[in-house]
Design a protein around this ligand. Structure first.
Ligand SMILES: [Zn+2]
Length: 202
Protein backbone atom coordinates (compact mmCIF):
# COMPACT_ATOMS: atom_id res chain seq x y z
CA UNK A 1 0.00 0.00 0.00
CA UNK A 2 3.13 2.28 0.09
CA UNK A 3 2.82 3.68 -3.40
CA UNK A 4 -0.91 4.17 -3.31
CA UNK A 5 -1.94 7.84 -3.19
CA UNK A 6 -3.16 8.82 0.27
CA UNK A 7 -6.87 9.50 -0.52
CA UNK A 8 -7.23 6.13 -2.20
CA UNK A 9 -5.28 4.36 0.51
CA UNK A 10 -7.54 5.71 3.21
CA UNK A 11 -10.68 4.71 1.34
CA UNK A 12 -9.38 1.19 0.69
CA UNK A 13 -8.37 0.76 4.33
CA UNK A 14 -11.86 1.76 5.44
CA UNK A 15 -13.68 -0.37 2.92
CA UNK A 16 -11.51 -3.37 3.78
CA UNK A 17 -13.20 -3.37 7.19
CA UNK A 18 -16.60 -4.06 5.63
CA UNK A 19 -17.96 -7.62 5.81
CA UNK A 20 -17.01 -9.65 2.76
CA UNK A 21 -14.30 -7.24 1.69
CA UNK A 22 -10.61 -7.77 2.33
CA UNK A 23 -7.84 -5.38 1.25
CA UNK A 24 -7.75 -6.83 -2.27
CA UNK A 25 -11.45 -6.68 -2.97
CA UNK A 26 -11.63 -3.25 -1.33
CA UNK A 27 -8.99 -2.09 -3.79
CA UNK A 28 -10.97 -3.60 -6.67
CA UNK A 29 -14.11 -1.84 -5.47
CA UNK A 30 -12.25 1.48 -5.19
CA UNK A 31 -10.86 1.08 -8.71
CA UNK A 32 -14.40 0.42 -9.96
CA UNK A 33 -15.61 3.59 -8.25
CA UNK A 34 -12.95 5.56 -10.08
CA UNK A 35 -14.35 4.33 -13.35
CA UNK A 36 -17.93 5.24 -12.52
CA UNK A 37 -19.39 8.50 -13.90
CA UNK A 38 -18.58 11.32 -11.52
CA UNK A 39 -22.24 12.01 -10.67
CA UNK A 40 -22.75 8.39 -9.60
CA UNK A 41 -19.74 8.45 -7.29
CA UNK A 42 -20.85 11.75 -5.77
CA UNK A 43 -24.32 10.32 -5.19
CA UNK A 44 -22.83 7.29 -3.42
CA UNK A 45 -20.70 9.59 -1.29
CA UNK A 46 -23.74 11.72 -0.46
CA UNK A 47 -25.78 8.67 0.52
CA UNK A 48 -23.07 7.43 2.85
CA UNK A 49 -22.61 10.93 4.23
CA UNK A 50 -26.31 11.38 4.99
CA UNK A 51 -27.02 7.85 6.19
CA UNK A 52 -26.70 8.64 9.86
CA UNK A 53 -28.82 11.78 9.60
CA UNK A 54 -31.64 10.38 7.51
CA UNK A 55 -31.99 7.01 9.22
CA UNK A 56 -33.03 6.50 12.80
CA UNK A 57 -34.36 3.81 15.06
CA UNK A 58 -38.12 3.60 15.33
CA UNK A 59 -39.01 4.50 18.91
CA UNK A 60 -41.75 1.83 18.95
CA UNK A 61 -40.03 -1.26 17.55
CA UNK A 62 -36.35 -0.38 17.27
CA UNK A 63 -36.09 -0.99 13.54
CA UNK A 64 -34.21 1.23 11.12
CA UNK A 65 -36.45 3.70 9.36
CA UNK A 66 -36.52 7.14 7.80
CA UNK A 67 -39.64 7.97 9.78
CA UNK A 68 -40.59 7.61 13.44
CA UNK A 69 -42.74 5.64 14.03
CA UNK A 70 -41.72 3.37 11.16
CA UNK A 71 -44.29 2.45 8.46
CA UNK A 72 -45.03 -0.91 10.15
CA UNK A 73 -45.72 0.61 13.58
CA UNK A 74 -47.73 3.42 11.98
CA UNK A 75 -49.84 1.08 9.82
CA UNK A 76 -53.43 1.29 11.14
CA UNK A 77 -54.40 -1.98 9.44
CA UNK A 78 -51.87 -4.20 11.24
CA UNK A 79 -53.15 -5.85 14.37
CA UNK A 80 -51.84 -4.49 17.68
CA UNK A 81 -52.45 -7.53 19.82
CA UNK A 82 -49.68 -9.72 18.45
CA UNK A 83 -46.05 -8.75 18.88
CA UNK A 84 -43.29 -10.66 17.12
CA UNK A 85 -39.93 -10.51 18.88
CA UNK A 86 -36.87 -10.77 16.62
CA UNK A 87 -33.18 -10.54 17.45
CA UNK A 88 -32.16 -8.15 14.71
CA UNK A 89 -33.67 -6.00 12.03
CA UNK A 90 -32.77 -8.40 9.21
CA UNK A 91 -35.05 -11.06 10.74
CA UNK A 92 -37.91 -8.56 10.52
CA UNK A 93 -37.07 -7.99 6.87
CA UNK A 94 -37.13 -11.73 6.18
CA UNK A 95 -40.53 -12.13 7.85
CA UNK A 96 -41.93 -9.08 6.06
CA UNK A 97 -40.66 -10.46 2.77
CA UNK A 98 -43.11 -13.33 3.13
CA UNK A 99 -46.02 -10.92 3.64
CA UNK A 100 -47.89 -13.37 5.88
CA UNK A 101 -47.54 -11.73 9.27
CA UNK A 102 -49.85 -8.81 9.97
CA UNK A 103 -48.98 -7.93 13.55
CA UNK A 104 -46.35 -5.74 15.14
CA UNK A 105 -42.65 -6.32 15.74
CA UNK A 106 -40.08 -5.53 18.34
CA UNK A 107 -36.35 -5.83 17.87
CA UNK A 108 -34.51 -7.22 20.86
CA UNK A 109 -31.12 -6.07 19.62
CA UNK A 110 -29.24 -9.35 20.02
CA UNK A 111 -29.18 -12.72 21.74
CA UNK A 112 -27.79 -13.99 25.04
CA UNK A 113 -24.74 -16.20 25.10
CA UNK A 114 -25.82 -19.77 26.06
CA UNK A 115 -24.57 -19.74 29.65
CA UNK A 116 -25.51 -16.17 30.37
CA UNK A 117 -28.60 -15.89 32.53
CA UNK A 118 -28.85 -12.16 32.97
CA UNK A 119 -29.60 -9.76 30.17
CA UNK A 120 -26.64 -8.57 28.17
CA UNK A 121 -26.48 -4.83 27.60
CA UNK A 122 -27.44 -5.44 24.01
CA UNK A 123 -30.90 -6.83 24.79
CA UNK A 124 -33.56 -4.17 24.69
CA UNK A 125 -35.65 -5.60 27.53
CA UNK A 126 -36.77 -2.12 28.59
CA UNK A 127 -38.37 -1.51 25.22
CA UNK A 128 -40.09 -4.89 25.40
CA UNK A 129 -41.47 -4.48 28.91
CA UNK A 130 -42.58 -0.91 28.21
CA UNK A 131 -44.42 -2.13 25.14
CA UNK A 132 -46.11 -5.01 26.95
CA UNK A 133 -47.06 -2.73 29.84
CA UNK A 134 -49.20 -0.70 27.42
CA UNK A 135 -51.64 -3.59 27.61
CA UNK A 136 -52.43 -3.96 23.91
CA UNK A 137 -50.39 -7.10 23.27
CA UNK A 138 -52.05 -10.42 24.03
CA UNK A 139 -49.59 -12.71 22.24
CA UNK A 140 -45.81 -12.49 22.13
CA UNK A 141 -44.31 -14.54 19.30
CA UNK A 142 -40.66 -15.44 19.80
CA UNK A 143 -38.96 -15.54 16.40
CA UNK A 144 -35.40 -15.74 17.64
CA UNK A 145 -34.13 -18.77 15.73
CA UNK A 146 -33.05 -22.25 16.78
CA UNK A 147 -29.45 -21.76 17.88
CA UNK A 148 -28.17 -22.26 21.44
CA UNK A 149 -28.13 -18.46 21.83
CA UNK A 150 -31.73 -18.23 20.64
CA UNK A 151 -32.78 -20.96 23.09
CA UNK A 152 -31.08 -19.20 26.00
CA UNK A 153 -32.67 -15.89 25.02
CA UNK A 154 -36.11 -17.42 24.51
CA UNK A 155 -36.17 -18.97 27.97
CA UNK A 156 -34.88 -15.78 29.56
CA UNK A 157 -37.53 -13.67 27.80
CA UNK A 158 -40.23 -16.23 28.62
CA UNK A 159 -39.36 -16.18 32.33
CA UNK A 160 -39.25 -12.38 32.48
CA UNK A 161 -42.49 -11.89 30.57
CA UNK A 162 -44.40 -14.61 32.43
CA UNK A 163 -43.31 -13.14 35.74
CA UNK A 164 -44.42 -9.61 34.91
CA UNK A 165 -47.26 -10.21 32.46
CA UNK A 166 -48.80 -13.59 33.34
CA UNK A 167 -51.77 -13.03 31.00
CA UNK A 168 -49.74 -12.65 27.82
CA UNK A 169 -49.63 -15.78 25.71
CA UNK A 170 -46.09 -16.63 24.62
CA UNK A 171 -45.53 -18.66 21.47
CA UNK A 172 -42.51 -19.46 19.35
CA UNK A 173 -41.94 -20.30 15.72
CA UNK A 174 -42.33 -24.02 15.08
CA UNK A 175 -39.14 -25.98 14.89
CA UNK A 176 -38.61 -29.17 13.00
CA UNK A 177 -38.12 -30.72 9.63
CA UNK A 178 -37.87 -28.16 6.82
CA UNK A 179 -40.15 -28.46 3.80
CA UNK A 180 -38.84 -30.89 1.22
CA UNK A 181 -36.55 -32.68 3.67
CA UNK A 182 -36.52 -36.35 4.58
CA UNK A 183 -36.49 -37.78 8.08
CA UNK A 184 -33.47 -39.96 7.39
CA UNK A 185 -31.33 -36.93 6.57
CA UNK A 186 -32.26 -34.91 9.65
CA UNK A 187 -29.76 -34.26 12.38
CA UNK A 188 -30.61 -35.56 15.84
CA UNK A 189 -31.46 -32.19 17.35
CA UNK A 190 -33.89 -31.28 14.57
CA UNK A 191 -35.59 -34.65 14.97
CA UNK A 192 -35.78 -34.21 18.73
CA UNK A 193 -37.41 -30.78 18.29
CA UNK A 194 -39.77 -32.11 15.61
CA UNK A 195 -40.96 -34.83 17.91
CA UNK A 196 -41.29 -32.46 20.83
CA UNK A 197 -43.35 -29.91 18.87
CA UNK A 198 -45.38 -32.51 16.97
CA UNK A 199 -48.83 -31.44 15.86
CA UNK A 200 -52.28 -32.90 15.69
CA UNK A 201 -52.98 -34.34 12.23
CA UNK A 202 -56.43 -33.28 11.22
ZN1 LIG B 1 -41.46 0.62 14.27
Amino acid sequence: MQRIPEPLKELVEQMARLPGLGPKSAMRAAMTLLKWPEAEVRRLGKNIHELRDRLHLCSRCGSLSDSDPCPICADPVRSRDSLCLVAEWDSLLALEEGNFYKGQYLILGGLLAPLEHSPAESLDMDRLTARLAEGEVSELILALGATAEAEATASYVRDEVTRRFPNIRITRLAQGIPLGAEVKFMDRETLRQSLRYRQELN
